[in-house]
Design a protein around this ligand. Structure first.
Ligand code: SAH
Length: 262
């Protein structure tokens, strides 16, 4: 039988309209859609009526389907000749494990495409009025995962290079690790007064932003009970929010209902 094809698609950061045209076409044409937890469920309403929808969601620390099962699922469905859309939050190549899935497909000679998406580390700050680069404030930008490896004694982050060489840093999955992030950056030379922001549920109507400095942001996040998903953004660009914050001021009707994501 002719093999199907797998599309590894970025669904964007939350606002469903932030998917690409190509990504939307992949949703509309799929026989099978395998989607993650942070994908806005409204996007699934564009699927064919008889499309099979499979939740592959992962709660932090709890995996509905383990990665190998997901890889296997994509292979099986494609080998049945089906068109499969693997839908991931944000961009599939940014902490989305697309590499592992694509590798498996390549190994089995199953055709696939990667459709980029808008990543939360750029989009959530943009909706909070913070451009990650700016001619006067930041000419470099890093995307970093601050997943809890440090607690297991496996800190792979080059803190010195980040603290001294990067103007803007976006930490993904950073809330549980906020203390460590701030401590390490300050310890390796970032001024304690460096502006910092945390954006929770970015680009949805539930978006909340707290701002402070490296030395105060942990306390602020605690006060406001900020949880994941959230981007921790560090750098002078955070100050621009004072001038160009636009989304928070819009009426609730133009924002997107977060219930469909949560
Ligand atoms: N591939 C995704 C990232 C997956 S890792 C992307 O490109 O955006 C999951 C982490 O992404 C979360 O813990 C959080 O740090 C971040 N994230 C995803 N969606 C978010 C949102 N709407 N607002 C803020 N952070 C978000």
């Amino acid at each position: 039988m002719r093999k199907g094809k797998v599309f590894l698609v970025g669904a964007g950061p939350g606002d469903p309209k932030l998917i690409t045209v190509k990504g939307m076409e992949c949703i509309q044409q799929a026989d099978v859609i395998a989607y993650d937890r942070l994908v806005n469920k409204e996007l699934l309403t564009y699927a064919k009526q008889d499309a099979e929808l499979i939740f592959c969601g992962k709660l932090p620390g709890r995996h509905a389907l383990i990665q190998e099962q997901i890889n296997q699922l994509l292979v099986e469905k494609a080998e049945q000749g089906l068109t499969v859309t693997r839908l991931k939050g944000g961009d599939p190549c940014v902490f989305g494990r697309v590499g592992e899935e694509a590798e498996e497909l390549a190994k089995r000679s199953i055709p696939f495409e990667i459709i980029p998406g808008i990543t939360a580390g750029i989009a959530a700050p943009a909706y909070a009025g913070i451009p990650v680069t700016h001619r006067d404030h930041a000419s470099s930008f890093a995307i970093v995962t601050a997943h809890g490896r440090e607690q297991k004694g496996e800190d792979h982050i080059n803190w010195q290079a980040l603290a001294q060489g990067m103007d803007t840093i976006a930490f993904y999955m950073g809330i549980g690790n906020l203390h460590h992030i701030c401590e390490q950056l300050i310890h390796h030379g970032k001024p304690a007064s460096t502006p910092a922001a945390i954006i929770e549920w970015g680009t949805t109507a539930a978006q909340r932003t707290v701002t402070g400095e490296l030395s105060t942001i942990e306390q602020k996040a605690k006060e406001h009970h900020i949880t994941n998903p959230a981007i921790v953004l560090v750098g002078e660009v955070v100050q621009l929010r004072g001038k160009i914050n636009w989304f928070d001021e819009q009426s609730i009707e133009v924002k997107h209902d977060p219930i469909l994501i949560k």
